[in-house]
Ligand binder design. Structure first.
Ligand code: NAD
Ligand code: UDP
Length: 312
């Protein structure tokens, strides 16, 4: 049994990870400032004898005695990370320094939740880990992209300089229950719009692509990767390589919900990547894992979840 800290533990992915690690018999401490997370995501875990919740902002130093850290604290939806871009980059960079300092003192293993965004608007397709990316350093997405890139640098340097036991994963578009209804990312937006028979807002021509991973597949891979020997530091892509256009996603959501919504076109946001698909051969060569839940099955779960949220 390990004592494990999850920063961003009240968020969408963080809350699923708390559940998974508790189910494996570990002690879990979730730290969150509730910027985009919610107490509702973890309320059911509060009575658990091995679960603790701490309200704290990761940009400020903290000290805890832990064996492992999963660093997830950071707004992930473009709407939310662009709301206060200076705070977003501080969260990635100062947050990384704080968790790495803690990992160094405790000799703890620390996993960074990095992102496919570090590839920017990629010129290599599908994206392999060796690709350095195509990121605009001064655009509206840079607070997130460059913050996450700098966090990867900090992780790599703490490893080289201080022998900190690091793991870097690059997560590709992940969706599922416990995304906030106002999250702003495409899957939750489309489902909420469809369930309310409102217009589906397709940005650009809808021909841009993403590859959508269901949250359970991600959490499974994260936990397995954390257990690998210290020599496996990554970075590794974690995603579902099945690629869809955003228009296909809109049509599928309308079909699955039986919505009367019509699809309307809105301008494509600045620097919105035109295509994205992970090459997952590296992670598959390290752990026994592959994504199991395809889009329709995952959407069914997510639609049921949002139906229950909208009923409240
Ligand atoms: P989320 O917004 O639901 O979770 C982020 C959590 O971090 C929230 O609970 C939020 O309140 C918390 N947080 C934000 N700033 C904080 C701060 N300064 N101090 C403490 N807590 C803070 O998003 P998510 O989708 O669950 O993403 C979790 C992590 O995974 C993020 O780091 C994100 O960048 C990364 N990621 C997610 C995806 C995805 O598709 N979901 C893709 C790539 C990377
Ligand atoms: N998108 C859209 N309508 C929406 C929200 C998003 O067409 O209501 C598009 C967005 O422009 C992007 C894709 O869907 O091309 C994925 O957007 P999201 O914000 O989910 O994540 P990203 O991968 O861009 O960070």
């Amino acid at each position: 049994m390990s004592r494990i800290l999850i920063t961003g533990g009240a968020g969408f992915i963080g809350s699923h990870l708390c559940e998974k690690l508790l189910s494996e018999g570990h002690e879990v401490i979730a730290l969150d400032n509730y910027f985009t997370g919610s107490k509702d995501n973890i309320r059911h875990l509060i009575p658990h004898p091995y679960f603790e919740m701490i309200r704290h902002d990761i940009t400020r130093e903290f000290f805890l005695e832990v064996d492992e850290i999963y660093n997830l604290a950071c707004p992930a939806s473009p709407v939310h990370y662009q709301y206060n871009p200076i705070k977003t980059i501080k969260t990635s960079v100062m947050g990384a320094i704080n968790v790495l300092g803690l990992a160094k003192r405790m000799r703890a293993k620390v996993l960074q939740a990095s992102t496919s965004e570090i590839y920017g608007d990629p010129e290599v397709h599908p994206q392999v880990e060796e690709y350095w990316g195509n990121v605009n350093p001064i655009g509206i997405r840079s607070c997130y992209d460059e913050g996450k890139r700098c966090a990867e640098t900090l992780f790599s340097d703490y490893h080289r300089q201080n022998k900190v036991r690091i793991k870097i994963i690059r997560i590709f578009n992940t969706y599922g229950p416990r995304m906030q209804p106002n999250d702003g990312r495409v899957v939750s937006n489309f489902i909420i719009q469809a369930l309310q028979n409102k217009d589906i807002t397709l940005y650009g021509d809808g021909l841009q692509t993403r590859s959508f991973q269901y949250v359970d597949d991600l959490v499974d891979a994260m936990v397995k990767f954390m257990k690998t020997p210290d020599t496996e530091i990554g970075p590794v892509n974690i995603g579902n390589p099945h690629e869809f256009t955003i228009k296909q996603l809109a049509e599928l959501v309308v079909k699955m919900t039986g919505a009367k919504s019509k699809i309307i076109y809105k301008p494509l946001p600045e620097n919105d990547p035109l295509k994205r698909k992970p090459d997952i051969s590296k992670i598959k060569s390290i752990i026994d894992w592959e994504p199991k839940i395809e889009l329709e099955e995952g959407l069914q779960e997510t639609i049921s979840y949002f139906k229950s949220v909208l009923k409240k």
